[in-house]
Ligand binder design. Sequence first.
Ligand SMILES: Nc1ncnc2c1ncn2[C@@H]1O[C@H](COP(=O)(O)OP(=O)(O)O)[C@@H](O)[C@H]1O
Ligand SMILES: [Mg+2]
Length: 482
Amino acid sequence: MTTVKCSIPESIANLIPPALRRDEREVPTVEEEVPAEIPLFLSVKAPSSQDTPAPPPESGVSPRPSEPPGDGRVHERLREIAALSQPDRYAYLDLLGRGGMGVVHRVADRVLGREAAMKLLEGPLGDRPVEVLRFLEEAQITGQLDHPGIVPVHDFGIGADGSRAYFTMKLVRGDTLARLISTHRALGLEGRTLERLLRAFVRVCEAVSFAHARRVVHRDLKPDNILLGSHGEVYVMDWGLARVVEGGRPSERAVTRGPVAGTPAYMAPEQAQGRNEDIDQRSDVFGLGGILYAILVGRGPFQADKPEKSLLMAQRYELERIDDQRENVPPELARIAMKALAEHPDDRYPTVEELARDVEEFLRGGGWFVTRKYEPGTTIIEEGEPGSAAYVLVEGTCEVMKMVDGHRIKLRTLGPGDVFGETAVFTAKPRSATVIAVDHVTVKVVTRESLERELDRSPWMGAFVRAVAERFREADEKLSKR
Ligand SMILES: Nc1ncnc2c1ncn2[C@@H]1O[C@H](COP(=O)(O)OP(=O)(O)O)[C@@H](O)[C@H]1O
Ligand SMILES: [Mg+2]
């Protein structure tokens, strides 16, 4: 997966509206590129103890340092860090991975006698103070977000010659979510695997929600940036594009990275269009929706053969919807993903917690059943008609009617939790009564197939319900022969 980060290829830059375009390819001189107002220490901590709830977006944490911002002493500061660094402490072992701008090595920590992961800026980036500062911010943000779903940072350093900035962190032994998704695509996503990935997804949401409570927006959420450890650990990686949101809006970063930053295949439209002032937590909700989409269909929402194409698709919001008829995709999950991936931030989940809650609700069961709504007065099932689905009333009231001696009589009234039409799931008989919506009605539709899917998730319950259904069929057959 390609990440468009620091330099924007010409073909992509041309897609950005001219008013928003700023050519990053022109590398300014060192004096020009380092503005005077650079916070050398970034703080993402909540103002008081960690137990206090997150402050409302308008008050509290400042992304600015508690001590006065730098006054152009950037080079001096970088020299200080270099003097404090111990690059020789680590011995290179092998390559762990490569992303849009960094390379990650497995290293041996010669002091503590353990292995660690070391991220380094790739190639010439490591020689540019402005990039080193961004990299320092990445390490500071990651290091200050102290959460089980965010990888602990050990150390930041700069090579003795002033180049090769690095940071070390906990070594995660496992796989990226991207790799797991592609393996499972090849093998087929059966129920258990889907549940495992969804539980990991909820953990990802928890880590992102923690960051949001500290006003940090990740801005590059995608399966490549999620690491799943071999012992069930889930980590949100790569906070290289993260921003601290100030007063509900993203701060002008000390060193901004140009109009478009992120991964086009997973980018929210506001991010793809370079509307940086509109980026907030809901842009991460979009990214999480993209991860859920990838779990369900095996690719990112704007996946294309070239990142330029993906960017254009993201800018125009050309998204292939997952509808509730898609094979192998539980309708409820399709609904959740599409809500998180809404074009306008106001139509998305307002918070990551709400997104996670719906996924957790799915994990509790019933997500294979399609939800349907009926206006008052609508006939939901009609006596004598063939039918194959049962209904569970979620909201509203229905009336059950039957023709007796040429007159339609009311048998009973149904409310939330009641079930009707269940005979059709087990036999091929026509409907024995008519059911009409009295007011606004919401139902879950139980077809034989969706019931099988649900029962597969719970083997003991499945065995029991299948046995009862079989007895029901036998009894029904005996009755019909009489
Ligand atoms: N702590 C770690 N332990 C193990 N592998 C890691 C670790 N951090 C990163 N990696 C590997 O390196 C890859 C690139 O890291 P990432 O931080 O995403 O870099 P970039 O900013 O260049 O995208 C990841 O996809 C992952 O495979
Ligand atoms: Mg990455």
